[in-house]
Design a protein around this ligand. Sequence first.
Ligand SMILES: *Cc1c(COP(=O)(O)O)cnc(C)c1O
Length: 362
Amino acid sequence: MVSLSDLPLRDDLRGMTPYGAPQDAVRYALNVNENTHPIPEDVARDIVESLARAVLGANRYPDREFSELRTAFAGYLGHGLDADQIWAANGSNEIIQHVLQAFGGPGRRVLGFPPTYSMHPIIAAGTGTEWVTAERDAGYRISPETAVAAVERTDPDLVFLCAPNNPTGTPLPIETIEAVYAASRGMVFVDEAYAEFMPDEVPSALTLLPGRERLIVSRTMSKAFAFAGVRVGYLAADAAVTDALRLVRLPYHLSALTQAAALAALRHAPEMLAMVDDIRGQRDRLLAELPALGYRAHESQANFVLFDGVADPHATFRALRERDILIRDVGLPGALRVTAGTEEETSYFLAALAELGAGGAH
Ligand SMILES: *Cc1c(COP(=O)(O)O)cnc(C)c1O
């Protein structure tokens, strides 16, 4: 085998690092914000029966328009959305890729506010879109004024917002989204991967869609729905946006099996989402108990908590790894991120961290 540098790779990809969250087999995998609760058995059985029926028709290409699934997502989201305002793909990562292929690309730029979802700049690079950044306010917040100043300074073709933000958990005020939209000429993409974990009274960016044809709100079944392994993400936007995405998607990008599995899971939405309240409870427990161990926990509206005050994040990461726990070193100084799991997982993590002593110094 030759090395990468021996290949005629695109110049703009040279020196890049691929996405690489560790995938070790550990008992306590709390590093990629999955829903750690298993799929309920009766739901699993219904999904399998749907898959069995879909397999019998797998000699034919799947419904290219995934019409039934789009209707189901429109029903799940509510807010008066129609099926033609919905798009779906193999995870919201592919949603992001479709959006950048249609509205970004060479000669265009997307504005982001780091620290934010690590895949945003990676998919920007993959599509040849320039990634430009602006700073957040204190506590990782983004006020309308800060956001508008960044839009005016960079004049982006797209703005990526993450509400609540990964890896910090920070809420994003709806006023910031409105202000960004009003100040920009380009597409405004709101990544709501963790929307179901937000407090009930916090409005989704979906409420802003009417009359805003450049606004896109993206969701995923990977987190709240406990469906990360199936790869289903979706978005809501003006129907013209979905017309634009048809230009860049590969035909039949959503397999018949994916469509069948997602439809079956959506039929059981209340049961699939029953664990969300549990998880919110464990998140709130992390927010309460991490300070008692001497760490600063950042406000979170997602299913994870970023905490700092860690003397040596690499050492603490390794010490937890030795105790069969995987959390995330997101590269922020003195900080680590942990996913809220089941009560048992959260207890085990907190006990292990307590054992390491103040600052995780052990
Ligand atoms: C986990 C996550 C996603 C999910 O990606 P999928 O491809 O749907 O699994 C999207 N956006 C953010 C901010 C995330 O944290």
